[in-house]
Design a protein around this ligand. Structure first.
Ligand SMILES: Cc1cc2nc3c(=O)[nH]c(=O)nc-3n(C[C@H](O)[C@H](O)[C@H](O)COP(=O)(O)OP(=O)(O)OC[C@H]3O[C@@H](n4cnc5c(N)ncnc54)[C@H](O)[C@@H]3O)c2cc1C
Length: 197
């Protein structure tokens, strides 16, 4: 799995604090919601559960090499914007499959690979026979890899990290949530620091 933040709000902590301050100060007055710095204010917002200012910062990530299974879980998050590589238009290569570690450890990995290779052979045969990609893909495994862009605001990123970074979450989406947290914490430490262990 490869994951990279490609864009985010400039000075996101300052933007969140600026948005929050309007609720206590009229325009033109000195911007001093809490008497403190942006990060101090953000920590107070977190303590108060005042989450709407966190919607004023957002980030876009590029993700490569997650399974369609992981994608199905990710797309349950309704406040996220997605752009996913199409299996209708782009041919799936035979080596583009995630094999879980548990399978590698079970001694069944070779058998898995044989089945995956077989399904790709039939996929290719179907394409050669004129079956469109959008139909030939039906036999490909749920472990097939995909690439996508996703974008959402920091409030929703916090929500995703809380749900998907938990030990209850499935390992692949948990790795993704941990990677989000890593990159977002660098960008806006005060927004995400409480989610770190
Ligand atoms: C450990 C784990 C196991 C899971 N297992 C399953 C499973 O077995 N089967 C399954 O189908 N799903 C499963 N899910 C997915 C889960 O049901 C949610 O669809 C997913 O986590 C998205 O969460 P959400 O709805 O809170 O978030 P988002 O869609 O990201 O929404 C964010 C928040 O916005 C608000 N919101 C959004 N839409 C509405 C709405 N229509 N009405 C009211 N409030 C709204 C809610 O406060 C919500 O928490 C699992 C998730 C986890 C973390």
């Amino acid at each position: 799995m490869k994951i990279k933040m490609v864009r985010s709000t400039d000075s996101p902590e300052s933007m969140i604090a600026q948005a929050a301050r309007i609720s206590h100060k009229a325009h033109g007055e000195e911007e001093d919601y809490s008497g403190g710095e942006d990060r101090e204010l953000i920590r107070k917002l977190r303590d108060w559960g005042h989450w709407s200012p966190f919607e004023f910062a957002s980030a876009t990530f590029y993700i490569e090499g997650i399974s369609r299974s992981c994608l199905a879980q990710l797309t349950r998050h309704r406040l996220v914007s997605f752009m996913v590589r199409s299996m209708r238009y782009v041919k799936q290569d035979s080596d583009e499959v995630v094999i879980p570690e548990s399978v590698e450890e079970s001694g069944l990995a070779e058998e898995y690979r044989e089945k995956i290779d077989e399904s790709h052979e039939l996929y290719q045969k179907s394409l050669d026979a004129g079956v469109p990609k959008e139909d030939a893909r039906f036999l490909l495994p749920i472990g097939s890899k995909t690439s996508l862009y996703l974008k959402t605001n920091f409030r929703e990123f916090r929500h995703i990290i809380e749900l998907r970074g938990s030990s209850e979450a499935q390992w692949e989406i948990r790795e993704l949530a941990e990677a989000f947290l890593e990159e977002l914490s660098e960008k806006a430490p005060a927004v995400f620091e409480d989610l770190k262990n």
